[in-house]
Ligand binder design. Structure first.
Ligand code: XMP
Length: 311
């Protein structure tokens, strides 16, 4: 029977047998890749190098937090500043699948570059079951190309190892707790980051707005006395509407607040967040960025038919 303890023991054993040489792992700081990194580092020790790519589409303060967390777990970390590279690659791109694929390819390009420097032969990824199922591996249609699946080239020099492929988020969290990984209860954050929370072109200006809006949604929900939803964030719509800021006409973007309850991300219900909390979020967003955002709306769509993220 499955248990976190048994899974951990068997996986470490398998990794020891599979990996014959140096390996790199793309570590995002999220629970999936952190679990994969810790298992791998227990299997092959200093043969593993963790690569964190700062895409510029990370949440407020995230880079520093992740640096601390990953080195705190004893991982040998390379921190790659790649914001410019990503924003250049996404210039003019509006289609969600195209965005995801470009981001995925960029990640792989960077991993391959780093692997060469480190002389690594293996690429470890923290792919979990919904990532590949929804990327076309199990459903009739590709729902979205999850970056860690959609970006992989057909022919790659690195040998791919995905120790968590068959697991779902709730199981990963159990394993993370068993391994004493502090990010076990962190809310999920997609690999392509804030780029897929901006509908349309992810310009640097819009990225700053969504970063601030996501921080406000997280901050207000965490400060309130309500039970934390499974996932909660903001989405930027490139749709402008007329408003009034001070006594001046404003013409700004729309921010959507999204919060859901889920177990394994395959289905989700929108969270019944009290209006008082929603109002505080709305006030803070429009007070902080009133010249750029003058409307805040709440998404009341379940999955299906909506997905959790908007792209
Ligand atoms: P959707 O939007 O497909 O999201 O309902 C399901 C869960 O997966 C997260 N998500 C991703 N995670 N790479 C990831 O590692 C991705 O490309 C990706 N896209 C979505 C999403 O935040 C939600 O928790």
């Amino acid at each position: 029977m499955y248990s976190p303890e048994k899974f951990v023991q068997e996986t470490i054993q398998n990794l020891k047998e599979t990996i014959k040489g140096k390996a790199i792992i793309g570590a995002s700081g999220g629970v999936d890749s952190t679990v994969a990194a810790v298992l791998c580092s227990r299997a092959i020790g200093d043969q593993l190098v963790a690569v964190y790519v700062d895409t510029g589409y990370m949440r407020k303060g995230e880079g520093e937090e992740i640096k601390k967390a990953l080195t705190g777990l004893g991982l040998d970390l390379r921190y790659i500043e790649a914001a410019r590279e990503f924003s250049d690659a996404l210039k003019g791109i509006v289609d969600p699948e195209e965005k995801r694929k470009i981001i995925g390819h960029k990640f792989i390009e960077i991993f391959e570059r780093e692997a060469k420097k480190e002389r690594a032969e293996y690429l470890i990824q923290g792919t979990i079951a919904p990532d590949w199922i929804e990327s076309g591996g199990g459903l009739r249609d590709t729902i979205k190309s999850h970056h860690n699946v959609g970006g992989l080239p057909k022919k790659m020099d690195l040998k791919l190892v995905e120790p968590l492929r068959d697991l779902y988020k709730d199981e990963i969290r159990e394993i993370a707790e068993y391994l004493n990984i502090p990010s076990a209860q962190r809310q999920p954050f997609p690999g392509p980051g804030l780029a897929i929370r901006i509908m349309g072109e992810a310009t640097p200006g819009r990225t700053e707005i969504i970063r601030e809006a996501c921080a406000i949604v997280e901050g207000e929900i965490e400060k309130s006395s309500i039970e934390r939803p499974w996932q909660y964030f903001a989405v930027l719509l490139p749709i402008k509407s007329v408003g009034v800021h001070g006594d001046v006409r404003a013409y700004g973007y729309t921010i959507v607040v999204r919060a859901v309850e889920s177990l394994d991300a395959m289905t989700a219900q929108y969270s019944r967040i009290p209006h008082e909390v929603l109002e505080r979020i709305s006030l803070r967003i429009t007070n902080t960025m009133g010249d750029k955002v003058n409307r805040v709306v709440y998404d009341i769509t379940n999955k299906p038919p909506g997905t959790i993220e908007w792209e």
